[in-house]
Design a protein around this ligand. Structure first.
Ligand code: FAD
Ligand code: EPU
Length: 294
């Protein structure tokens, strides 16, 4: 970045030149030149307000488990590092957005609260899960979310209940400069042993069908309405297709894995080839489910 960053940003906790290999589960990408890690909501607000005032583009990162980074990123990147405090009120559980998503599902089970078992195999942070309306096994975040706090792109703090139209399949209105700060799930009293058994069952299903021992970003493409992207890719005969170290998983065709040193160019080429082949074989245009930082 040629333009110097304003002092108001530089006074916030930050690190320089962090490889995306360490910030994402896929491990593809270049260098994150500026990583800002506020430890309070107020610091996060200073970050967003300063960028808005200065007209500086920026991005927000969670656990990096739904992200394909296609190069170096020079614009400031925000990654919340809020205290890991989980609050319980009745059967409601509130956690900061930077809380680990799987760890939150564990905390709910520990507190004998059911309703978050679906989350127990989805990596990343709570904030990323709210932004993506993450889901699995027939449930998604919008089913349990009752309140959330976020910053608007101007840096104003809002706390409210979800409204109709806020969330849909793997998406939400929180794109383009909103930052989720915390979220509250409305859960139900449950039997800890039964909750743990359900979590174990869902994890078993997942590890049987998904390549969890290889670096990946979850499903790469959304399921088109009424269809299944993995099945379409599989039927097109693409399992095992490789471009360098980027491979269509032989286990689940909608997982494109990094076998070790996949470069952004290799990964992009594999995604493009899969889309083109599915379009040709089935006449279906697949849409990325992952976020792509170009
Ligand atoms: P990131 O990847 O860091 O970011 C994703 C998007 O959210 C980006 O646009 C980012 O800018 C934005 N974002 C991150 N934090 C915030 C914040 N605080 N405020 C606003 N925006 C934010 N997903 C599913 O839905 N279901 C699954 O079953 C599932 N299984 C997976 C299995 C594996 C093995 C892997 C690797 C991934 C899987 N995923 C699944 C994808 C991923 O885990 C989810 O989308 C997850 O919720 C992303 O959270 P994150 O914190 O990693 O987000
Ligand atoms: N299938 C194939 N070949 C494959 C993969 C799948 O034929 O290579 C078939 C399966 O046999 C099955 C069907 O496709 O009949 C569905 O497969 P699966 O149960 O694995 O579910 P999915 O639709 O591929 C979705 C989500 C996952 C989530 C699982 C479990 C999307 C894009 N994917 O996968 O979410 O974990 O259901 O609920 O919605 C993610 O979003 O990153 C993700 C991993």
């Amino acid at each position: 970045m040629t333009r110097p960053l304003p002092d108001a940003l530089l006074s916030l906790p930050h690190r320089r030149d962090v490889p995306f290999a360490r910030l994402t589960t896929l491990g593809v990408g270049g260098t994150c030149r500026w990583l800002f890690e506020p430890t309070t909501e107020a610091e996060a607000q200073v970050f967003v307000q300063t960028c808005a005032r200065e007209g500086l583009p920026w991005r927000v990162l969670g656990g990096g488990s739904n992200l394909v980074v296609l190069g170096d990123v020079d614009t400031p990147v925000l990654r919340l590092a809020l205290p890991r405090e989980v609050r319980r009120q009745g059967t409601d559980l509130t956690a900061p957005a930077s809380h680990g998503h799987i760890a939150l599902a564990e905390a709910a089970a520990q507190a004998s609260l059911s309703g978050l078992a679906f989350a127990s195999g989805i990596p990343g942070s709570l904030g990323g899960a709210i932004r993506m309306n993450a889901g699995a096994h027939g449930s998604e975040w919008v089913d349990v979310l009752i309140r959330f706090r976020f910053l608007t792109p101007e840096g104003d703090l809002v706390e409210r209940a979800p409204a109709p139209g806020d969330f849909a399949y793997r998406t939400s209105f929180l794109t383009g400069g909103h930052v989720v700060l915390s979220a509250t799930a409305h859960l139900a009293e449950g039997d800890p042993a039964a909750i743990r058994a359900q979590m174990a069952e869902l994890r078993g299903k997942r590890s049987a069908s998904q390549p969890l021992t290889q670096r990946n970003a979850g499903c790469i493409f959304k399921n088109p309405t009424g269809q299944n992207a993995g099945r379409l890719i599989d039927l097109a005969g693409l399992k095992g297709l490789r471009v360098g170290d980027a491979e269509v998983s032989p286990q689940h065709a909608n997982f494109l894995v990094n076998l070790g040193q996949a470069s952004p160019a290799q990964f992009k080429e594999l995604m493009d080839r899969v889309r083109a082949a599915v379009l040709e074989a089935h006449g279906v245009g697949l849409e990325p489910e992952v976020e792509i930082w170009a």
